[in-house]
Design a protein around this ligand. Structure first.
Ligand code: SF4
Length: 415
């Protein structure tokens, strides 16, 4: 796999720190809107690459200045969207070079790009790899033509297979496929077909989410109007079992409730960092970031979320880039700051930790939040351990296979 020379040269040269940094870049542009989408993104005919790049670099400089303590070399960099594969290789080359110069990367970083199967073609992919991208997350979603139409995806089922073969020919070793299941009208036979097609493509990683009905989406409106029928709970449960059995048979092991990997090596390092509540920076319209600051019990974690409106975001940052320091374009105008208190932070750590199949380390949890928080959880957990829903092994608390489908209920019981 090619890694851009500038990254190689700088690997390991940045100052060492207590943990590596994780950076997310949101690219909120799509050619059309999918019917289930609640992500911050807008439909455009052409992405404003230049303006958006300037805005991202300007935001980065601001975040860097306001980040107290040393900024670590990047361990993971994730380009999500929106549809990042609408952006040219030159865009990624420029921004990755910029991060390499400004903060550096650790040795063997993970650089992910989300892509739509319709955008995959040889020259573009070679360009992405040359820029330093080494992991592609492909939004397959389903191999059913009816399903793709219902979800409002702009790619066809045939494009998925074609895209994977182009990616493999280009030497992409780390490929993740996204799957959506339990969409209205889907039967177990349809999901079985999807899983067969998906496993034939032998991805290193799979993210599989049941369709959720978010407010304001086309599909949610159709359900509310009685034009579509959501999949019932029993069928959803059957589908979850089918999913696990088929992926497991194909050598893809569940490591988080909705995520599967061929081995530890192929787990998403970026997502693991988010689930383990590591500090991270988010850049772009609709992005968020956060860090532990532990100032007071009311001010334990600091988070920010940027305006979801890409045009407003670019406008404001253009003013900053031009040297205007007016209050109107200061980050306070486009980025919302939020403080998470100690108790909410503990709940988040427990919730996200228990979604991981290897569970949560009780010693680390206790050293962060104290025994007064952890002891009641352990005592509530004992009952569920006796019922076979939870287990405590080597000071790790985890949900068992029997408890997996009751994850939310178990977490609510513990909190
Ligand atoms: S491609 Fe992704 S971000 Fe864009 S509309 Fe579809 S689901 Fe939303």
């Amino acid at each position: 796999m090619k890694i851009q020379e500038s990254i190689k040269k700088r690997a390991g040269q940045a100052p060492a720190g207590s943990f590596p940094a994780h950076l997310y870049v949101h690219l909120p542009f799509c050619l059309s809107r999918c019917h289930y989408c609640a992500f911050p993104s807008i439909a455009v005919a052409e992405v404003p690459e230049k303006e958006y790049l300037t805005a991202l670099l300007t935001e980065f400089r601001f975040r860097r200045k306001s980040w107290s303590g040393s900024l670590q070399p990047l361990s993971t960099l994730y380009f999500g969207g929106g549809t990042p594969s609408l952006f040219s290789p030159a865009f990624f080359s420029e921004i990755i070079d910029f991060f390499a110069r400004e903060i550096g990367f650790i040795d063997a970083p993970e650089l992910t790009l989300e892509a739509n199967p319709a955008d995959i073609e040889e020259t573009r992919i070679s360009g992405y790899l040359a820029a330093g991208i080494n992991r592609i997350s492909l939004g397959a979603q389903t191999f059913s033509t009816a399903g793709l139409r219902l979800l409002g995806r702009r790619h066809s089922a045939a494009m998925i297979g074609r895209a994977v073969s182009v990616l493999r020919q280009a030497q992409v070793e780390n490929l993740s496929l996204d799957l959506i299941y339990a969409w209205p009208g889907q039967r177990t036979a349809d999901l079985f077909y999807d899983l067969r097609k998906l496993t034939e493509l032998a991805p290193e990683h799979v993210s599989a989410y049941s369709l959720s009905f978010e407010p304001g989406c086309e599909i949610t409106k159709a359900v509310a109007a009685g034009n579509l029928q959501p999949v019932g709970e029993d069928l959803q449960l059957e589908m979850m079992h089918l999913l696990e059995d088929n992926l497991d048979n194909a050598g893809l092991c569940r490591y988080e409730v909705s995520n599967f990997a061929r081995s530890h090596r192929w787990q998403s390092r970026h997502n693991l960092a988010c689930w383990q509540l590591k500090d991270f920076i988010g850049l772009g319209a609709g992005a968020c970031g956060g860090r532990y600051c532990r100032k007071t019990h009311e001010h334990w974690v600091e988070r920010y979320s940027n305006t979801p409106d890409p045009n407003f975001y670019m406008q404001q940052l253009q003013q900053v880039a031009l040297g205007s320091h007016s209050e109107d374009c200061a980050p306070a105008a486009w980025s919302l700051k939020e403080f998470v208190d100690f108790t909410s932070s503990f709940s988040e750590a427990l919730m996200l930790g228990l979604r991981l199949r290897h569970g949560i380390d009780l010693n680390s949890l206790e050293s962060e939040y104290g025994s007064e928080k952890v002891a009641p959880v352990i005592s509530k957990a004992q009952l569920l351990c006796a019922e076979g829903m939870l287990e405590i092994n080597n000071d790790r608390l985890r949900i068992t296979d029997s408890g997996l489908y009751l994850t939310d209920t178990i977490i609510n019981h513990l909190l």
